[in-house]
Design a binder for this molecule. Structure first.
Ligand SMILES: Nc1nc2c(ncn2[C@@H]2O[C@H](COP(=O)(O)OP(=O)(O)OP(=O)(O)O)[C@@H](O)[C@H]2O)c(=O)[nH]1
Length: 376
């Protein structure tokens, strides 16, 4: 009798131990998969890659039927960083971008805390639109970046017991924290990059930005057969403004002129302080004749600026050189050479304006029959 009882106890114990081993094995496999997912997430090179990786791979790693991301993008940072990839991620991969916090709150509820439990179409339908059969259970967890609410990570399963309100959500909390950190890293890198392209005195972009962007602008114009007009703008007699009124007033003149130039440009145009008292504007899809009108408006606008020193008006004028790149110039140039020729030609036109008496706009044709002389 006693022997029988002992045998039964041993069988129960063995089965219990086996089931414990089984959950340890499952837990450890899940942990390994999570760690590898986490490492890969940190190794992605851009926000596009991070989001693409989550949406493409998290389902398999976390045994899900659907995963989506809803991002709150009040300042447009996410959209800017995602660029052209935004459409594909939204249409095909389950990304949602919401610009307005109130709209998110009013329409879908504002998920400050995680929700794990049964799916309800009325409350959670927005987050799980791409699944043919709605999930039976879901987990919606908020994403934060340095205390700032970024949106939600939304996971769905056809299994009703996959997510429940009694379940501990340590792994999900950890996953959302890792994703939040990755997003923060990429947004921070973007902020650093953008500030390193700003001229601190005038607030417009700097020469490094032009070097970074001019190739892209030219390639785009070459592809679409649009002209690209370059204005080279230089303040006349700026040295004597400094000498007469002092360096600080010179600085004030520089930033006021930069603002006046920028006011004549579209948001899509590029304006950089090229150095000292020189600025370059790149106007995409603007022909040389329209470019001349814009440059002339800038010249007149700067001439009429009211910049004063001890109640006396400081006369400020601009000399502007203009050149236009057109892909029909029949010169299949490498982008770098086209960029250098465009800037050099506008620079040469600006020198003509100086030589012809300053406070004027001059245009020059890009020449291909001369060797390229690189600006310093
Ligand atoms: N206040 C101020 N002056 C600067 C700054 N950077 C460069 N400069 C001065 O800008 C002046 C540029 O003058 P130049 O390029 O010699 O020519 P200019 O006097 O404008 O004469 P033209 O161009 O021939 O009409 C120099 O005296 C520089 O010292 C700056 O950030 N602030």
């Amino acid at each position: 009798m006693l022997e029988n009882d002992l045998t039964t106890d041993l069988i129960v114990l063995e089965s219990h131990i086996n089931s414990l081993f089984d959950s340890v094995r499952k837990g450890s496999a899940m942990l390994k998969a999570f760690q590898s997912f986490e490492m890969r997430l940190f190794n992605q090179n851009s926000l596009v890659e991070v989001i693409g990786y989550i949406l493409d791979n998290a389902k398999a790693v976390f045994d899900l039927d659907q995963i989506t991301l809803c991002l709150l993008d009040e300042h447009g940072d996410f959209s800017r960083l995602l660029g052209d990839a935004l459409v594909k991620l939204t249409d095909q991969q389950g990304l949602m971008v919401v610009r307005d916090r109130e709209a998110l709150q009013a329409k879908f509820g504002y998920f400050v805390h995680s929700y794990l439990g049964p799916f309800e179409q009325e409350h959670f339908g927005y987050f799980f639109t791409t699944l043919e059969v709605p999930p039976a259970s879901i987990a919606i967890t908020p994403l934060y970046r340095g205390g700032k609410y970024l949106g939600t990570l939304n996971m769905g399963s056809r299994r009703a017991d996959r997510f429940s309100c009694t379940q501990t959500n340590d792994l999900i909390a950890c996953l959302s924290m890792v994703i939040g950190i990755c997003f923060e890293n990429h947004l921070n890198v973007d902020t650093i990059q953008r500030t390193s392209y700003i001229d601190t005195l005038t607030g417009v972009n700097n020469r490094r930005f032009l070097e970074q962007r001019i190739g892209e602008e030219l390639s785009r114009c070459q592809r679409s057969d649009d002209p690209l007009t370059c204005l080279f703008l230089d303040i006349d007699g700026f040295k004597s403004i400094n000498d007469k009124y002092g360096h600080q007033t010179g600085d004030r003149v520089l930033s006021t002129v930069a603002k006046a130039i920028k006011n004549q440009l579209r948001n899509s145009d590029i304006l950089v302080r090229y150095g000292g008292d020189e600025f370059i504007a790149l106007l995409s899809n603007i022909s040389h004749s329209t470019g001349l009108e814009i440059a002339e408006r800038m010249r007149r606008n700067v001439q009429s600026l009211e910049i004063t020193f001890s109640e006396n008006r400081i006369p400020v004028t601009l000399s502007i050189g203009l050149a236009t790149y057109r892909s029909d110039l029949n010169q299949p140039l490498a982008t770098a050479e086209a960029a250098a020729r465009l800037v050099n030609t506008a620079d040469a036109a600006m020198y003509q304006a100086k030589n012809k008496g300053r406070n004027r706009v001059e245009y020059a044709e890009i020449r291909f029959d001369r060797p390229l002389v690189l600006n310093g």
